[in-house]
Design a protein around this ligand. Sequence first.
Ligand code: DC
Length: 218
Amino acid sequence: MSENDHYAIAIDGPAASGKSTIAKCLARELGLVMVNSGAMYRAVTWKMLELGVDIHNADSVVAALRAMQVECGVEGCFSTIAIDGRWLSEELRASAVNQAVSVVAAVPEVRELLVQKQRDYLKHTSVVMEGRDIGSVVFPDTRYKIYVDASEEVRAARRSAEGVTDSVAARDKADSNRKTAPLLIAPGAVVLDNSHHTVESAVAAALEILRTQGLTKK
Ligand code: DC
């Protein structure tokens, strides 16, 4: 699983299930780097929109992808991403990106490039990585896998409380039904229902799951 004894904790789940918050807290608690793989798909999507690429034309997406320089880094204990030298943050949460990201993320060449970048993190550090296919595709051999779920109502309410337009149900449907690396509960993953947890109790539940999966605090 690991390079140089580094290991990965995979946190997957649908949009707005609270997996980023849990992953961040776990990274802090365990002294690991938190990698937000969704930000990578968002960054590539943001650039496609900037360039005016027809995202429904996979050939155009692949051509633009080949011309892009995607750089992944770490700041503090969080992953960062730059496209063609521009480090991105707030841009990635824009409504236009929310609406387009599932289309771009379904293109196999996009996934191939970003999965490689995700795996490359283990060359340097152990990670808590959150996404949709981390336990199933990116690190299928890791012992540490959690699938964070929450009811559709709770997830929609979370997004609107953040003040962004994001049709989480439509995005989940697209992410779950695509051919390449769909959202699913990976073999070996334990489901954490985050519909009614506080942040503290969700993190405690996640740590308990990891303990049952064999993680001892390092
Ligand atoms: O986690 P997020 O909502 O920021 O992810 C944005 C989109 O990126 C999500 O709708 C699907 C895609 N994604 C993916 O396909 N695979 C991942 N590992 C992470 C995100």
